[in-house]
Design a protein around this ligand. Structure first.
Ligand code: NAD
Length: 330
C-alpha cells in the first residue's frame, strides 16, 4: 500500500508513519515543521523514520505544495497536518487555525477530487462536541464546539463530508479523543505533568481536577487509522480509549510512577470541555476498532519512554523507570 501522511513529523503523525512502515506500507511523509512547539522535537520524531526502507519525506506547507502531483500515486492519504491547541486558538491566532486546519484541508480535498485515492483518513477531534449532551457521546449528537480550535476541526470534517457526498471522495473522519503516549506534544497535559513530577516545577491544574477525559493511547489511534483506511467504510466515527479518567486520577498515577506533583491551581479557562467520553460503536462495527491500552499501562509506557530518552540524550540524572513495563499488545 502506498500512503501519504500529512503532519508526519508531529506526535501522532510520526507514530502513524512507524506503524505503517511496520505493516509493510510505503510512506510519503509531508510536514511544514511549524513552530507551534519546538521544531527540534519534530526532528527527533523524524530521526526515527529517516533511513527506514519505504520512507520518504517532503518538507513543505500544504498551502503551497503541488498536492495533486504529490498525492497522485498514494492509495491512502492520512491527513493529520494541522494547528493543535484549544487554549491558544482564541484571538488573532485564529487566522492560523483557519489556514492550517480549514484551508489546508480544502486544498487537499480539491487535489484529490479528480482522481481520488482509495481513502482519505482525516484526524478530526473530540473537541467538535464541546460540552456534549450525552456521555458516552455518539456521533449523532449535535457538535457544539466550545473553542475556536474545535470550530476549525469541525469545519475540516464538514469539508471531508462535503467532498465525500458531492464528489465521491472517500473520506473517513476519525474524532480522536485526547491522545497520549510516548513523544506526546509538549503542550499537552501528560507531557507537562511528567516533566513537572521529574523537575519539581509546579503543574498548573485548571479547574478542580474532577474534569474527565476519554484518554486514548497513540498506538490504538494509529491502529484505528489504518483499519479505517483498509475498510470500505466512509463517514465519521469516534476513536476513544474506552475509559473516562479524571485529572485527579492521572495525578495519582504520575505520583506513583514518577513522584509527587506540585500543583498550582488555576480557574478553568474558556474552551475546555468539562467531560469527554466516546461511544465507539460506529468504529467497532465499521472497521473493528477496540482500544487495547488502558490508562495505567499507557501512562507507564509514556513515562518509561521519557526516562529512556533522557538517558539516551544525557539530559537528566537520577531518573527512574516506572514499575510496570510497556503495555501488553502495543
Ligand atoms: P502535532 O502538532 O504534533 O502535529 C501536527 C503536524 O502538522 C506538525 O508537525 C506541523 O508541523 C504539521 N503542519 C501543520 N500545518 C501544516 C501545513 N499547513 N502543512 C504541512 N504540515 C503542517 O499535533 P498532533 O497532536 O500530532 O495532532 C495531529 C492531528 O491530530 C492534528 O490535526 C490534530 O488536530 C488532531 N488531533 C490531535 C489530538 C491529540 O490529542 N493530540 C486529538 C484530536 C485530534
Amino acid at each position: 500500500m502506498r500512503t501519504a501522511v500529512t503532519g508526519a513529523a508531529g506526535f501522532i503523525g510520526s507514530h502513524l508513519c512507524g506503524h505503517l512502515l511496520d505493516s509493510g506500507d510505503e510512506v510519503l511523509g509531508i510536514d511544514a515543521m511549524t513552530e507551534y512547539y519546538d521544531p527540534r522535537l519534530k526532528e527527533r520524531n523524524l530521526a526515527r523514520l529517516r533511513g527506514r526502507a519505504g520512507f520518504t519525506f517532503v518538507r513543505g506547507d500544504l498551502l503551497a505544495l503541488p498536492l495533486e502531483l504529490l498525492l497522485a500515486s498514494a492509495d491512502v492519504v492520512y491527513h493529520l497536518a494541522g494547528e493543535p491547541g484549544v487554549r491558544t486558538s482564541w484571538g488573532p491566532q485564529f487566522d492560523v487555525y483557519l489556514r492550517r486546519n480549514v484551508l489546508a484541508t480544502q486544498r487537499l480535498l480539491e487535489a484529490a477530487r479528480s482522481s481520488p485515492p482509495h481513502k482519505i483518513v482525516y484526524a478530526s477531534s473530540s473537541s467538535v462536541y464541546g460540552n456534549a449532551e450525552h456521555y458516552p457521546t455518539p456521533e449523532t449528537v449535535r457538535p457544539q464546539p466550545v473553542s475556536p480550535y474545535g470550530v476549525s476541526k469541525l469545519a475540516g470534517e464538514h469539508l471531508c463530508e462535503l467532498y465525500r457526498t458531492a464528489f465521491a471522495v472517500p473520506t473517513a473522519s476519525l474524532r480522536l479523543f485526547s491522545v497520549y503516549g510516548p513523544r506526546q506534544r509538549p503542550d499537552m497535559a501528560f507531557a507537562r505533568l511528567i516533566e513537572a513530577a521529574r523537575t519539581g516545577a509546579a503543574f498548573p491544574l485548571y479547574g478542580d481536577g474532577r474534569q474527565t477525559r476519554d484518554f486514548t493511547f497513540v498506538q490504538d489511534v494509529t491502529t484505528a487509522m489504518r483499519q479505517a483506511a483498509l475498510s470500505s467504510w466512509t463517514g465519521v466515527a469516534n476513536v476513544g480509549g474506552g475509559e473516562q479518567v479524571s485529572m485527579r486520577q492521572v495525578l495519582a498515577l504520575v505520583g506513583e510512577f514518577v513522584g509527587p506533583v506540585r500543583i498550582a491551581s488555576l480557574p478553568a479557562p474558556p474552551g475546555d470541555a468539562r467531560h469527554t467520553g466516546a461511544d465507539t460503536t460506529v468504529a467497532r462495527d465499521a472497521f473493528g476498532y477496540r482500544p487495547r491500552t488502558g490508562i495505567r499501562a499507557g501512562l507507564a509506557a509514556m513515562v518509561e519512554d521519557a526516562v529512556a530518552e533522557d538517558a539516551l540524550l544525557g539530559t537528566r540524572t537520577g531518573a527512574t523507570a516506572p514499575p510496570s513495563a510497556a503495555p501488553a499488545g502495543t
